[in-house]
Every structure is written in C-alpha cells, then in structure tokens.
Design a binder for this molecule. Structure first.
Ligand code: PZK
Length: 292
C-alpha cells in the first residue's frame, strides 16, 4: 500500500507517516508479534480493531487528562481521514495525530506482577526503585498500582527498566512527577473500566510528548499490544496468566515445535480465526459496542 506521505518510523506492527509539519499518521497493521518475533500470518482486522479501541480509550481518558492539565494527540480517525488524502482501505486502521516532541520515557503502570516485573522482583524484592511486599508471585495483584518507567529501546531491542531519578534526569523533576501521577491516574481509570468488562488490566505503557500547550498523551493507548489484558474469570496468581488476545497464538507456537529462534511458522487458519475473535471480543467487552 503506497501512501502520499513520508514514512518516519516503523515498529513491529505499526508505521508512522508525516502528513505535514504538524501532523502524523499512525497506521496499525494486521501483523502480530509473539516471543519477540513478527509472525508471517496476518490477523484480519487486528489493525482496525486496535485502532478503534485506541480511539475509544482517548475519549474515555480525556477527563483524566484534563484533571492533570494534559490533552491527547488524536485529531481524526475513520472516514474523517479521507479529507487528508488517506486511502479508504487504510482509514479504519489509521489515526491522524498532532506531531509532538516525544519524551524519552516509556511510562509503564503495573497493577499486577508479571513478565519482566516478576524477574526484577525475584532478583531484588523490588522493581528498580519501587519496593514491593514479600511473598508476591507471577500474577499477584499489587497492593497499589506502581509507576515503573523504562527507556525507549531501539526497534528489536528490549526496553530497560529505569528508576524515577532517571526520569527526573530526562525530563526534569516537575514533569517527572506529573508523568508518574498522570500515568497512574490513567491506569486506574483504564483498570476500572476493564474490570467492569470482566478483564484484568495487568499493566500498560503510555507514551507522552509535549507541544506548546503542555503535556500530551500520544501513541496507541490501552490496546492488547501496549498492555497485558487477562480474562478476570481465569486470574489465578502463581503462574503466567493466559493472555486475553495472544494465548491461542502462544500455545500453538509452543506445540508446533518452533525453536523461537528460526523464522516463525505460518499460523493455521483456526488459530488465526480464534485470535481475530479475541481481538473483536476485547473491543466489544471493553467498549460495550458491537464490532461492525
Ligand atoms: N504517537 C506519536 C507521535 C507523535 N504524536 N508525535 C511525534 N512522534 C510520535 C511518534 C513517533 N514514533 N512513535 C512510536 C512509534 C514507532 C513506530 C511505529 C509507531 F506507530 C509508533 C511515536
């Protein structure tokens, strides 16, 4: 698909194009990644579902942003993009956003212990400079949500957990405090809405930028690609929790005998269909809206 815009950033499953000096187009693909590999088989509608979910979350989070004197970067999505020269086949999986000065911090909020957080906790009893109580296990709910920032790794590298002091060094003390309080407030609101939908928001990553009028929430928000979503019904601390969206893919890859080093195999049609269904159900359960 060729676009009349310059490609300015490429992620595993998304691209960023420059529309003009002040606006960017974030395009979500149907690609899915697992075990740090982009799989060769697309998941139909994944890009459209995750874009629609981000658009919905920006609306839900606007009051929390306003309480903190911040805004979000979304300008337009869907059919409104046609006027900006976005081809019709891309409008459903694209967001027109304000071009910002991006802050060099991944703002991670965790309500549960999982993944790299568990590894760090088992090593030190904390997540960098965030002390945690003894006796926690993979999947444990934390006494309070915690802010556990990381660096923004180059594509293909892993983000590195950093302490609050490093956030202060990067953005200054006042802005670091706002990032922490706003990240936790956005997580709490997201977790509250997800809980009402029977979904555990275990953790999420926000990205922020700045514009003349202050702090702006950027990137995608509260999607299964930027967050860990677990079905609340099956939450059981003590082992890796089933992912709401990627568990079929992970389980099939494990049984397929793939060595997680060589290029990953194609997914069978039933795994593709079941995974598409999980993305659609995540959208419908969280938003309460039917997926058209
Ligand atoms: N959002 C946003 C944004 C903004 N509003 N202003 C300026 N820059 C960015 C921006 C640039 N890269 N990324 C991350 C990224 C990488 C790869 C693919 C993606 F879709 C996204 C975010």
């Amino acid at each position: 698909m060729s676009l009349p815009f310059e490609l300015v950033a490429q992620g595993k499953v998304r691209e960023v194009y420059a529309v003009d000096d002040d606006r960017l187009l974030l395009v979500a693909s149907d690609r899915v990644s697992a075990y740090d590999h982009v799989l060769p088989t697309p998941i139909p509608d994944k890009g459209r579902v995750l874009t629609a979910l981000s658009v919905w979350w920006f609306e839900q989070l606007a009051p929390v942003l306003a309480e903190h004197g911040a805004e979000h970067h979304l300008l337009a999505a869907g059919d409104d993009l046609l006027a900006s020269g976005v081809p019709a086949e891309l409008t459903g999986r694209s967001m027109l956003v304000r071009r910002l000065e991006m802050l060099p911090v991944e703002c991670v909020a965790r309500g549960y212990l999982s993944g790299s957080g568990t590894v760090e906790y088992q090593r030190t009893g904390a997540i960098v400079d965030v002390p945690l109580p003894a006796g926690l296990v993979e999947g444990s709910r934390l006494p309070e949500p915690v802010f556990t920032p990381s660096t923004k790794a180059e594509v293909g590298e892993h983000d590195e957990a950093i302490g609050f002091a490093q956030v202060v060094d990067a953005v200054g003390a006042d802005r670091a405090e706002v990032l922490r309080s706003l990240t936790l407030a956005l997580y709490r609101r997201g977790a509250e809405i997800a809980e009402q939908a029977g979904i555990v928001l275990a953790d999420t990553k926000f990205e922020f930028g700045t514009a003349a009028d202050g702090l702006v929430l950027a990137d995608e928000v509260l999607t299964p690609d930027s967050s860990r979503f677990w079905p609340a019904m099956t939450w059981s601390p003590g082992a890796p929790q089933p992912s709401f969206d990627k568990q079929y893919v992970r389980d099939w890859l494990t049984t397929s005998g793939w060595d997680r080093v060589s290029p990953p195999p194609d997914l069978p049609e039933d795994v593709v269909a079941a995974t598409r269904d999980r993305y659609v159900r995540a959208y419908e359960q969280l938003t309460g809206l039917p997926w058209n």
